[in-house]
Design a protein around this ligand. Structure first.
Ligand code: ZN
Length: 293
């Protein structure tokens, strides 16, 4: 049977930055150190998982590729230079592949949405560098043009952010871009439809998607790995049905915090109107936004 249990259990991990050392003042939620990353990748390897890409998955759907016995998908958002400098050497050593979501606005030199004092500390990969990464066998996906939370935009602006990012990255790489990642995991049915209509076959959210892989191709649920992910938790993420545990957790939390939701919604609305919304707000919004699961 094509969609066996094995396929339905594919986990999708989400990374952001991989830093050589702990940052001095920032304690952002979205980094791991290269030492920790190496340990995590070795753990994946030792446990017999084989990282695949969404392109591999598409080939499997088309009956052109057999998947390994324990597939897993490793993703990186934003296209940071440290993905190339720190993560990819480790992945190459272990013969692992991953999916890297880059910005469609190729003029962006650094991740200004990280909201740190010195933007130079968040450099992004250049056109040449993403070409190099693609040539090494990694899949490049799109992460919109400018990293706005898409659910807060007009339909016209969403179409622009999504379809232009696809075109721009395809122009640089000379091949079709199949996969999209929603900035901040900000997604609703309207956004999903536009992403699908723009020609993407797959899209990754964070906490919004179904627990089971491939239940919806337009909102893969991901497991966020960052500096607060202990080794025990990482192991549990790999070996236990952790995406179901998180899914259940957010559902229960949703029920228990129904009243808080009203307050959170109004905060989110007022912040998104001035464009300074923080990613944490979206994580919170996603936490509450589990009714459609
Ligand atoms: Zn992002």
């Amino acid at each position: 049977m094509k969609y066996s249990n094995r396929i339905l259990k594919i986990k999708v991990l989400m990374y952001h930055r991989v830093l050589e050392e702990e940052p001095e003042k920032e304690s952002r939620w979205h980094y791991v150190t290269v030492t920790e990353f190496r340990k995590q990748m070795s753990m994946i390897d030792r446990l017999g998982f084989t990282p695949i890409t969404f392109s591999d998955y598409q080939l499997f759907v088309e009956d052109k590729l057999t998947l390994p016995s324990k597939p897993i998908i490793i993703t990186f958002d934003d296209g940071y230079l440290d993905t190339l400098e720190n993560a990819i050497p480790v992945l190459n050593e272990l013969n692992m592949r991953a999916v890297i979501f880059v910005m469609g606005n190729r003029k962006l030199k650094s991740a200004r949405w990280d909201e740190v004092d010195d933007f130079d500390t968040c450099p992004l990969m250049t056109d040449e560098q993403i070409r190099t990464v693609q040539n090494m066998g990694f899949e490049i996906g799109a992460h919109s043009l400018d990293h706005y939370p898409l659910t807060g935009l007009s339909e016209e602006d969403i179409v622009y952010e999504v379809s232009r990012s696809k075109q721009a990255i395809e122009n640089v790489l000379g091949k079709p871009i199949l996969t999209f990642s929603y900035p901040y995991g900000s997604v609703d049915d309207r956004v999903k439809k536009i992403v699908s209509n723009s020609g993407f076959l797959f899209a990754c959210g964070v906490y919004s998607g179904a627990a089971r892989f491939s239940q919806t191709m337009m909102d893969f649920r991901r497991l966020a790995i960052h500096h607060e992910t202990s080794r025990f938790k990482f192991l549990a993420t790999l070996l236990l049905p952790y995406q179901y545990i998180e899914w259940l957790y957010f559902r229960l939390k949703n029920r228990m915090t129904h009243d808080v939701k009203m307050e959170a919604d109004s905060t989110i609305k007022s912040r998104s109107s001035n464009g300074t919304q923080k990613s944490e707000d979206y994580a919170m919004q996603n936490m509450f936004n589990t009714n459609s699961l």
